[in-house]
Write a protein that binds this ligand. Sequence first.
Ligand code: 1YM
Length: 666
Amino acid sequence: MLLFTISDNGRLYYVFYVICYNVRVSTEVTANYDASQIKVLKGLEGVRHRPAMYIGGTQSDGYHHLFKEILDNAVDEALAGFATEIVTTLHPDGSITVEDNGRGIPVDVMPGEGKPAVEVIYTVLHAGGKFEEGAYKVSGGLHGVGASVVNALAEYTIVEVFRDGKHYKIEFSRGDVTKPLEVVGNAPKGKRGTRVTFMPDHTIFDPGLTFEASKLRNRLREVSFLVAGLRLVFKDEQHQKEEVFFDKGGVASFARFLAEGDELLYDKPVLLQGEVENVSVDVGLVHTRGYNIELVTYANMIPTRDGGTHLSGFKTAYTRAINAYAKKAGLVKDLEPTGDDLLEGISAVVSIKIPQPQFEGQTKGKLLNPEAGTAVSKVVYEKFSEYLEENPRVAKLIYEKAQRAAQAREAARKARELVRRANPLESDDLPGKLADCQSEDPAEAELFIVEGDSAGGSAKSGRDRRFQAILPLRGKILNVEKAGLSKALKNAEVRAMVAAIGAGIGGTSDEAHFDIESLRYHKIIIMTDADVDGSHIRTLLLTFFYRYMRPIIEQGYLYVAQPPLYGLRVGKSKNIEYLFNDEALKKALADIGDKSYEIQRFKGLGEMNAEQLWETTMDPAKRVLKKVSMEDALYAAEIFEKLMGSDVQPRREFIEENARFAQLDI
Ligand code: 1YM
């Protein structure tokens, strides 16, 4: 609703700006107002004007957000008890279809609107009004606004409804109806539901963006765990693959999935459920014999990557429950495990449903509601205490593991002190292999972590020593996925990195041992060969940073250098053109015709001389760096697990799936 009064002389006296329904107003503050200066962004134009306000941005995340919105509407229909299956199809042309077998979006003409409900839902921002009331909207998303936001940002959207034995169809483009609702035939016998097909608008999104099968699968898998019993089918027509995500075990199975690849401490994951004052709590957890802590949290099925009240509630109650049990059972010894010790090796999923979630943080990934903390803590304390009483064998295993963790922590503390004593600011104590830079300003300082001594030599001679430091690593660094912290710290290459980086070693951001403030470089650049060994070392290093220096990735300080694969010299020219992939080479060869040319294939960084390495890979004016993102912790965990875990099968599948992206190492 919008109320404003403009006086005779054109001055605006007051504006009531009510954020509701389909009108947004922005006013320009000038001395003299007139009506033409008041921009009224009607309905979906506003969404097209400022997409980021609705979907977070127009990069890959925003692009995939469109899919999540439509999926969420189908999931809501399942949560309401009407749909049992959702099929997502990724088409060869990049468009996507989501179909559920629920009631079908209503098609009858809405009183007051004079239009079919399905049209209103897809063309009016906040048409959710009528549907929002009651307990209907539980899953994440934009609460009924999602459908119209997707339409606004899609080149085309086709909505088909199977209802009352009829097959209805309506088409939209960029927020408008292009083909009104019509009956296109009878619905196949017994069929009901909603089918939505759309193609994101590439005048809004980067033209190169496409749906990534792995991201779609991740969300479908996530939903299949969060809504136990819902069947989600993924048909990937681009790779001729079909996959079904279906799980009866809910968050307990999710916890087991997160732990995959590691040996379990006990067989059956633990499920803790309850409801406290309209907040429903679902927790699944399992312990592995390993060291990783995987804590994944959701509020109304939205991943809360930065945790929040529900996560704190979980940690407190979990620790209290075990400690209380251990005391009663006489398990306590001298060295008492801390909260972190008790969490070592845990994989847990905390999923809550709450009427009015409040989010905060840069990416709105943190839950604020205090009542969520209270509810989780109450349910977890009660139910987990009960579980421990009833399963004394498992309780003992968990507590004894924490006791071992406490001992290892003591050992690690001693080892860390050794590393710390090498004060990173006194260059004498830096690792001998580090060629440090002159600048002491982390904001401009760069550290290249280079594979092998010979490439390290070229990089040292080629660098700009004012701000570029080089740390050559010999051979392969230890596989930290499998090693614990104290073992990792015994590895010479790991210690050299820790000392050079200067911020200690820890894990996730809430662990105190890693201090991002002491970081000596704000660009840490992994520079490995463009071959299979190089990519293996790169993955090992990524795992290391992910496990032990995660804030470096979260803050966007970790990069991967992109050395060229080929050098091309045309005719008698002195200039060498550097090419970074096979396609570029093909294109370059096609553009130049019959002339003679010389191709040099760089198998390793060491084959480039210092000048070439500087020119192609290190010079800030010319180089291409790839920033390592934590876009999706779950996705990262999955990849690391596949590549690093002891299980061979998922690794093989991953390699097969991604083989087309890889270059042959010849
Ligand atoms: C593939 C996408 O949108 N399914 C779907 C959506 C709705 C209903 C059924 C529905 C809801 C109600 C009554 C009700 C609706 N969504 C919205 C809104 N699948 C998909 N299936 N009858 C049918 O809420 O009472 C409104 S109706 F607004 F959330 F988009």
